[in-house]
Design a binder for this molecule. Structure first.
Ligand code: NZQ
Ligand code: ZN
Length: 388
């Protein structure tokens, strides 16, 4: 049953090859001081930095540089960004980059004027912001996380080996996001395919929950079919605009809160993946890839009907004359073949995980209750061992 809900998404999206022009329309809505957050330098190499700074200057903005946001942004970087935002009295945080930069911008947005320790408040005690929030805008350069149209912000604490996401409310969602598919053309293949799998994982985390006749499930099957189709084209032709634009839009819809309506949602692959990331600093999408199949094979008996439906509706498995178990198993086998086609990481070992880390990774895994099976600690360890 869909149940009762209020639905809105406050992020305005500007999509397409001319999307950056809309920065001129957005900037006048905010004050003079813009904290320009970006990563390790890809935007300087591909020219996006110069284009953005030209537009900021033409709009009379003071640019406060905040470079060096790393993949899996850390608490130390967050604290540094908060200082910069306060000192420069930032009126807008403009994130130019992938999910890490967008997540970081949202964390700074809520934390810069927070009277408390942001890590403790938002990522340990999971409280809501009470102080001034600085608006965020995004120019997306890497596709996968959906951070451009949601309130999610994932921060890593290397000292305590924890990687934790806070889902902020409407006021921290980006006010606008600029999505130009050509900005993603310079991504290294490894990052491109990690993003592809991240999108698939976001959809599956929501799809594999509940057993109702739910509109969200039909939307997700459509998103998955579009994703599989377009990523296969993009693999061979990374600059195919149609394919890359479809993937970009699918990523946004996969995690902008729409398809979660009426779903309890699982998110255990992400909980395991985040804990792996906390220990290894591995690429997010690859942590999910290494865990997904052992996890789904483990919970399949508890959600058999849905795994059967997945096989038939997403992977075109012919059901005639087969048991539900066989059909469901064939669906996962087709998913495995697709993952190998993408070339994602299939084993945690490839990400630097060792046997000695398993207990610690299990300790750092939050066990959620929305999926087909609430895992015990022993099951967490077993899935990690099977993923090794
Ligand atoms: O730092 P630079 O030099 O910019 O290089 C980046 C980075 O090394 C590079 N890159 C980005 N755009 C590029 C490019 N290189 C060439 N050309 C371009 N156009 O790609 C690398 C990875 O970027 P990153 O932002 O880290 O990747 P992604 O978008 O996958 O973000 C990952 C982070 O988002 C979190 C993850 O946990 C991780 O911390 N997530 C956020 C979510 C959310 N907000 O809802 C949900 C996700 O499940 C995820 O947990
Ligand atoms: Zn993800």
């Amino acid at each position: 049953m869909l149940g009762n809900f209020t639905y809105s998404n406050p992020t305005r999206i500007h999509f397409g090859e001319n999307a950056l022009d809309f920065l001129n329309e957005e900037l006048p809505k905010f004050g003079k001081n813009v904290l320009l957050a970006y990563g390790g330098g890809s935007i300087r190499k591909n020219g996006i930095y110069d284009r953005v700074v030209d537009i900021l200057r033409a709009n009379g903005k003071t640019v406060l540089e905040d470079a060096g946001v790393m993949p899996n942004p850390t608490v130390a970087k967050l604290n540094e960004g908060c200082r910069r935002a306060r000192e420069g009295n930032a009126d807008l945080i403009l994130a130019v980059g992938g999910g890490s930069v967008c997540d970081y911008a949202k964390a700074v947005s809520a934390s810069a004027w927070c009277g408390d320790d942001p890590w403790e408040k938002f990522f340990v005690r999971m409280e809501e912001p009470e102080d001034r929030i600085i608006p965020v805008g995004c120019v997306l350069t890497m596709v996968g996380t959906g951070s451009e149209m949601n309130g999610g912000s994932v921060i890593s604490n290397p000292e305590s080996n924890r990687k934790v996401g806070h889902v902020f409310g409407d006021e921290v969602f980006p006010k606008f996001s600029i999505l130009n598919p050509t900005f993603t053309f310079t991504l290294p293949r490894h990052q491109m395919v990690a993003g592809f799998f991240d999108i698939m994982s976001h959809i599956l985390e929501q799809y594999f929950s509940g057993e109702d006749d739910n509109t969200s499930d039909y939307i997700m099957e459509g998103l998955l079919r579009s994703l599989i189709h377009s990523t296969r084209i993009a693999l061979n032709a990374p600059t195919d605009y149609e394919a890359r634009s479809n993937v970009m839009w699918t990523a946004t819809w996969a995690l902008n809160t729409l398809v979660a309506q009426g779903k309890s949602t699982d998110w255990m692959v992400h909980m395991l993946g985040h804990s792996v990331g906390a220990y290894t600093d591995a690429t997010h999408g690859m942590t999910l890839a290494a865990i997904s199949l052992p996890y789904y094979r483990h919970i399949l008996p508890y959600g058999l009907k849905k795994f059967r439906r997945y096989a038939v509706n997403v992977w075109d498995v012919r059901p005639e004359g087969k048991s539900d178990e066989t059909i469901a198993g064939e669906g996962l086998a087709r998913m495995e073949a697709y993952m190998k086609e993408l070339g994602v990481v299939m084993r945690l070992r490839e990400l630097g995980v060792t046997e000695a880390m398993i207990e610690g990774i299990a300790d750092g895994t939050f066990i959620l209750k929305g999926g087909y099976k609430v895992l015990s600690r022993e099951e967490v360890v077993k899935i990690l061992e099977e993923s090794l």
